[in-house]
Design a protein around this ligand. Structure first.
Ligand SMILES: *[C@@H]1O[C@H](CO)[C@@H](O)[C@H](O)[C@H]1NC(C)=O
Ligand SMILES: *[C@@H]1O[C@H](CO)[C@@H](O)[C@H](O)[C@H]1NC(C)=O
Ligand SMILES: *[C@@H]1O[C@H](CO)[C@@H](O)[C@H](O)[C@H]1NC(C)=O
Ligand SMILES: *[C@@H]1O[C@H](CO)[C@@H](O)[C@H](O)[C@H]1NC(C)=O
Ligand SMILES: *[C@@H]1O[C@H](CO)[C@@H](O)[C@H](O)[C@H]1NC(C)=O
Ligand SMILES: *[C@@H]1O[C@H](CO)[C@@H](O)[C@H](O)[C@H]1NC(C)=O
Ligand SMILES: *[C@@H]1O[C@H](CO)[C@@H](O)[C@H](O)[C@H]1NC(C)=O
Ligand SMILES: *[C@@H]1O[C@H](CO)[C@@H](O)[C@H](O)[C@H]1NC(C)=O
Ligand SMILES: *[C@@H]1O[C@H](CO)[C@@H](O)[C@H](O)[C@H]1NC(C)=O
Ligand SMILES: *[C@@H]1O[C@H](CO)[C@@H](O)[C@H](O)[C@H]1NC(C)=O
Ligand SMILES: *[C@@H]1O[C@H](CO)[C@@H](O)[C@H](O)[C@H]1NC(C)=O
Ligand SMILES: *[C@@H]1O[C@H](CO)[C@@H](O)[C@H](O)[C@H]1NC(C)=O
Length: 395
């Protein structure tokens, strides 16, 4: 199976971003199965109409391209051949397929079937497709892995908003409360309409991660305002795609984001305008006794609009960007103290060895830290999240 590097991810993204935009703008959310068919068909149409994307992600969807000319009544399970290994003493597999070809048709049903407080790992193997459901992984469901087939081909999506769920914190399409959660090669989406500036109650979280020791490899996070609720605990993100507009990575987690793509979908701004219409992060550290913070290393920042790297959601917000390439969507002042100057003394907003037009520090606000090697070091690798104690290698 061909490896997907960041470059090819960039290219194949065009298809998912396009789908996301279509869904969000037309509100075509529907739970009936023909809607799902439509969605998949839509993605296939996007892919096949683009020669570049088709070369990148053909292998994800190859199965569905087979023609059954001999017999029009196709058994959807005929080609079903999940490629997971047999169970071991410490790892067991259960399988989810929308078409009913294996154990479960919904991710939630699979989660519910896992024994509580398991010390063994349960890998939920999720077949290609968009699963339109709201999923909760409650705290007794420990050691769970969601294994998708690629973040451009497997997704869990719902459309709650702060209004519809009685608060931003409950709006997540997926909500994880258990420890040792892992997700690989899958996307989390909130398809609620993209809010206009000033809209109230339209925050729409794609995933809320409140459990300790969680790892995300090759995952996608799709939303607009408040996409990724990195709520609390130690988390690791690698090779992920994260899209949003306002405060789209927020919470009080202690997290390392490595080799990730952060894409702003804030509205494009006029070249002459000085307006700001979004922020990549809003960290929620409340006191200097907390060792929380968001560290981004070796990431790429791009997209539309003019945005801050972060806003100080709480007075001791701590965010560092290291070795990250930034396009000109980053506002020259870089950061925002939530319009509360008393926070300037307590926030920790640092930058280290970043590149690109957005990384120019000439106009940065006085409180922004230009970290030297020594100061940056704690934020550059998995020791920031005590990864040596819990983070397992990808395979
Ligand atoms: C989610 O989608 C359904 C089906 O289209 C719609 O009825 C509902 O209002 C949507 N919810 C929100 C909060 O937009
Ligand atoms: C899939 O897309 C094709 C081309 O756009 C269209 O002709 C066909 O009717 C669609 N099928 C379904 C099930 O929506
Ligand atoms: C098509 O498949 C159905 C169900 O598998 C079967 O009953 C039928 O005989 C097949 N028809 C042909 C022409 O092969
Ligand atoms: C968990 O692993 C232990 C040790 O290998 C094994 O004895 C036990 O049966 C497993 N439990 C479950 C629920 O699979
Ligand atoms: C899942 O399906 C496999 C294969 O049919 C079966 O062996 C296994 O017991 C099922 N597991 C659960 C939890 O239903
Ligand atoms: C399961 O979780 C416990 C703590 O919650 C951890 O100590 C253990 O190593 C985990 N087991 C596996 C197989 O990941
Ligand atoms: C949320 O609810 C408030 C109060 O009912 C209302 O004013 C606002 O328009 C709603 N927002 C959205 C996005 O529906
Ligand atoms: C799954 O994610 C890993 C880790 O980010 C990546 O190396 C791999 O190419 C991905 N595979 C697919 C099929 O997307
Ligand atoms: C940093 O990212 C580049 C691609 O953007 C990748 O080639 C390189 O291996 C990454 N470096 C580390 C240390 O992960
Ligand atoms: C920074 O990026 C360069 C070039 O991709 C890479 O060689 C170096 O290892 C990276 N440093 C860190 C700390 O990731
Ligand atoms: C700083 O970034 C440049 C790329 O812009 C890279 O070549 C270099 O290795 C980085 N230095 C460190 C110490 O990571
Ligand atoms: C880094 O900055 C700190 C704080 O200003 C200072 O104490 C330290 O000497 C500096 N280290 C280097 C290597 O410049």
């Amino acid at each position: 199976m061909q490896k997907m590097n960041l470059h090819s991810i960039c290219i194949s993204l065009s298809f998912l971003v396009a789908i996301f935009a279509v869904l969000s703008s037309t509100h075509i959310i529907n739970s009936n199965p023909s809607f799902l068919k439509y969605l998949i068909n839509l993605s296939l149409t996007f892919i096949s109409s683009s020669p570049i994307t088709s070369t990148v992600i053909t292998y994800n969807i190859g199965r569905h391209h087979k023609h059954h000319k001999k017999n029009k009544t196709v058994n959807p399970c005929e080609d079903f051949s999940p490629d997971f290994p047999p169970d071991t003493d410490t790892t067991s597999y259960i399988c989810v397929d929308r078409n009913g070809c294996c154990n479960f048709t919904t991710v939630q049903a699979a989660v519910n079937a896992i024994p509580d407080f398991s010390q063994n790992r349960t890998i939920i193997w999720i077949n290609t497709g968009i699963y339109y459901e709201k999923v909760t992984v409650p705290s007794p469901k420990t050691n769970v892995t969601f294994q998708g087939q690629g973040f451009t081909s497997t997704a869990i999506a719902w459309n709650d908003t702060a209004n519809s769920s009685h608060g931003t914190s409950f709006s997540g399409s997926v909500q994880v409360f258990s420890t040792n959660f892992i997700a690989k090669n899958i996307s989390f989406m909130n398809l609620a309409p993209i809010p206009n500036p000033g809209d109230v109650g339209a925050q729409a979280v794609a995933i809320k991660i409140s459990g300790d020791k969680a790892a995300f490899w090759g995952c996608g996070f799709f939303g607009a305002q408040d996409t990724l609720h990195d709520d609390k605990g130690r988390h690791y993100f690698r090779d992920c795609y994260i899209q949003g507009s306002i405060d789209f990575i927020f919470g009080n987690g202690r997290s390392l984001y490595e080799n990730c793509l952060l894409i702003s979908m804030a509205k494009p701004v006029d070249p002459g305008s000085k307006g700001i219409n979004g922020a990549l992060t809003a960290h929620g550290r409340t006191s200097q006794d907390e060792n929380t913070g968001f560290a981004f290393t070796n990431c790429t920042v791009g997209g539309n609009g003019r945005v801050w790297l972060g806003r100080a959601w709480r007075p001791f917000a701590r965010v560092v960007f290291a070795n990250t390439s930034m396009s000109d969507i980053i506002a020259p002042e870089g950061w925002n103290d939530f319009n509360d100057p008393t926070r300037d003394k307590t926030i920790f907003f640092g930058e280290y060895n970043c590149s690109g037009p957005g990384a120019n520090m000439a106009m940065r606000l006085p409180y922004v830290l230009r970290l030297n090697d020594t100061q940056a070091y704690p934020f550059l690798n998995v020791s920031f999240v005590d990864g040596d104690q819990w983070l397992q290698p990808y395979n």
